[in-house]
Design a protein around this ligand. Structure first.
Ligand SMILES: Cc1cc2nc3c(=O)[nH]c(=O)nc-3n(C[C@H](O)[C@H](O)[C@H](O)COP(=O)(O)OP(=O)(O)OC[C@H]3O[C@@H](n4cnc5c(N)ncnc54)[C@H](O)[C@@H]3O)c2cc1C
Length: 590
């Protein structure tokens, strides 16, 4: 047991993961609790843009300056989570020269490298830009993988002695004598080293200080503590295209508006977004018009998007915060800045601080600010080191390339593994003993990586997916979900593997249903047939206590089958075959 002051962080998004790493590196005794898995909230449902700050260079220059500073830091400490694609702010004929000049000027005022390109120069970089675009400003935007980033922060925190607890929901904030002293959590079922309690079990965790880093949910935690934290959750849609139609982040050079950005991300492009205020961060309409708007409007910048295949859409909720005195009606007017709410000063409630607003790009800075604040409150004198110390796996990439050559891993598969694993590639691929086939072709993920993720995340295949990207590519898991489940055996028993497979399929299905037209409908149908018919996962005989009526399979169409006990099942064999012979005329295939 350490004598260091203890801090409890609520929320396992980018902000919470950044905070737990920062405090653990300063030597504090830190625990993080997250109700789902890491990235369960907004962090797992965002665009993946590593802002250069260009986006805010006119409207919010302090955010723009923070973005370019943190952009440089993340390129240094998180190379394996960042792809420096570069970005273009593209002017169409209907966009004004005046705004273009203000954007350029704003970038220069904020220290963001910005270069004007003619239409021809822009098309040399991005051949699929619309023929009528007039010119562009080039900025250092990039793409960032939020999943890898959070896992790397949490892993480093654990290495520095932190406790990370996923599937642990805060159900109450404990207040004694007018001071916050800890929280009550309810544990949920889940596998892996970061799940410690039994499902339904409650635990009180005491700490010297509690940090509310729950983003769009911060108001709910505030309510439990009896203080008002007025977050204004605002939803935005993102639509994923089947391939990288562009290799550079494409922004529309006009004032704020819906559907104005395309972010190349791994093997795909992500179109976005909308900005609509919602009451509940977990329950809001996901509307078809939002998806249509993305494709229609962004095709004006990149025409081939109108013909391309979309593979899924998903929504996220911005944790926007507006200081009480401001009161804007339009969510797009609310600042993207972050705010530290010291509930002692603000509400006369010591022991609790909230951090709200901000962006993923500035997560580390947010963590540094709140860690400084908490250390100050607890009388700890320790410097922040997160801007200098690389995250696990992030050292110099050229070293990796040499290592790849040494081991003959020059294929695209090897390169993708090296990009994902960074400096951990030696440990993960180099030390893998045995055949290393590709488990997920779309994302080029090999068995060694899947096992590394299982070692870290346990049998929860959704967590394995987030760590490796397996099942996140073009086929959306049609051809690899069952292979991933197969890798769980024999370490986990068959029932666990089957449940994990079903959970993964269900998760992949959410989001795909918004893209079901044309070729994507065929792809989804193929996946359904593989899952439901070939693998019997809609009514798995092995999972049922009922005897399987094998006779039903062979009697031929249109006949009535007879069960083993001589009773007529009253179901035609067509139906029986459709549900795997386990049910008597149910709608198992619906
Ligand atoms: C549509 C959209 C696009 C965006 N695009 C970008 C972008 O391209 N670049 C960028 O930099 N930023 C972007 N952002 C902003 C960025 O995603 C967020 O600012 C950031 O992810 C917020 O992280 P967070 O950790 O503060 O919140 P979250 O990621 O939401 O984390 C909060 C966590 O708290 C947990 N939690 C809630 N209640 C409890 C409880 N009772 N007990 C335990 N845990 C609890 C939640 O499960 C959640 O995981 C975008 C946001 C949206 C909505």
């Amino acid at each position: 047991m350490s004598n260091a002051p203890s801090v409890l962080v609520i929320g396992g998004g980018s902000t919470g993961c950044g905070i737990v790493r920062d405090l653990a590196m300063r030597g504090l005794d830190v625990t993080l609790v997250e109700k789902g898995n890491l990235t369960h909230g907004t962090t797992g449902r965002m665009h993946g843009l590593l802002h250069s700050g260009g986006r805010y260079a006119v409207s919010d220059q302090s955010s723009a300056r923070e973005c370019i500073a943190e952009n440089r830091v993340l390129r240094r400490i998180a190379t394996h989570c960042v792809e420096m694609t570069g970005g273009l702010f593209v002017q169409r004929p209907e966009d004004t020269d005046e705004y273009f000049e203000r954007k350029l000027e704003g970038c220069r005022e904020c220290g963001i490298p910005a270069e004007v390109l003619s239409a021809e120069e822009a098309r040399e970089i991005e051949p699929h830009l619309a023929a009528d675009i007039e010119r562009a400003i080039r900025v250092p935007d990039g793409a960032v993988d939020p999943f890898r980033l959070c896992v790397a922060n949490a892993a480093d925190a654990v290495d520095h002695g932190a406790r990370v607890e996923t599937h642990a929901e805060v159900t109450d904030v404990l207040v004694e004598d007018g001071e916050v002293v800890g929280v009550e959590v309810e544990h949920a079922a889940g596998e892996g080293p970061f799940v410690h309690g039994e499902a339904g079990e409650r635990e009180e965790i005491y700490a010297d200080h509690v940090i509310n880093a729950t983003g769009a949910w911060a108001g709910q935690i505030g309510e439990m503590a009896g203080v008002d934290v007025a977050v204004r959750p605002s939803k935005g849609v993102m639509t994923i295209m089947n391939v990288r139609q562009v290799d550079t982040v494409i922004n529309r050079c006009k004032p704020k508006g819906d559907a104005d950005i395309v972010v190349p991300h791994e093997t795909t492009c992500i179109l976005g977004t909308t900005d609509v205020e919602v009451d509940d961060p977990e329950d809001y309409p996901e509307e078809g018009w939002e998806v249509d708007l993305m494709i229609d409007t962004l095709s004006e910048l990149v025409p081939m998007l109108s013909e391309a295949r979309t593979i899924r859409s998903f929504w996220g909720v911005r944790p926007l915060y507006e200081p009480p005195e401001v009161g804007s009606d339009d969510p797009t007017d609310i600042t993207r800045d972050f705010f530290l709410l010291d509930h002692d000063d603000r509400d006369d409630l010591p022991g609790l601080t909230s951090i709200v607003g901000g962006k993923l790009t500035t997560y580390r800075l947010m963590a540094e600010r709140i860690a400084d604040h908490v250390c100050d409150r607890l009388g700890v004198d320790a410097e922040c080191r997160t801007a200098e110390e690389p995250l696990p796996g992030s050292e110099d990439f050229s070293v990796l390339r040499d290592w790849m050559d040494e081991f003959g891993l020059r294929s695209p598969v090897g390169r993708r593994s090296a990009e994902r694993l960074g400096s951990r590639i030696d440990e993960v691929i180099g030390e893998w003993d045995g055949p290393n086939p590709t488990v997920c072709e779309c994302e080029a993920v090999t068995r060694a990586e899947i096992h590394d993720a299982i070692d870290g995340a346990g049998s929860e295949l959704n967590a394995v997916r987030l760590r490796t990207r397996a099942s996140m590519g073009n086929c959306q898991g049609a051809f690899c979900c069952h292979r991933m489940a197969n890798e769980l055996v024999p370490e986990y028993d068959e029932a666990v593997a089957r449940d994990a497979l079903d959970d993964l399929y269900q998760e992949r299905w959410t989001g795909e249903r918004h893209a079901l037209w044309g070729q994507q409908l065929s792809q989804a149908m193929l996946k359904h047939l593989l899952h439901a018919t070939t693998m019997n996962r809609d009514a798995d005989p092995a999972a049922s206590d009922e005897p399987v009526d094998f006779g039903a399979f062979d009697a031929g169409p249109g006949t009535v089958s007879t069960a083993d006990d001589g009773r007529e099942s009253g179901v035609t064999t067509d139906d029986a075959v459709a549900d795997g012979g386990t049910s008597g005329g149910s709608d198992a295939d619906s």
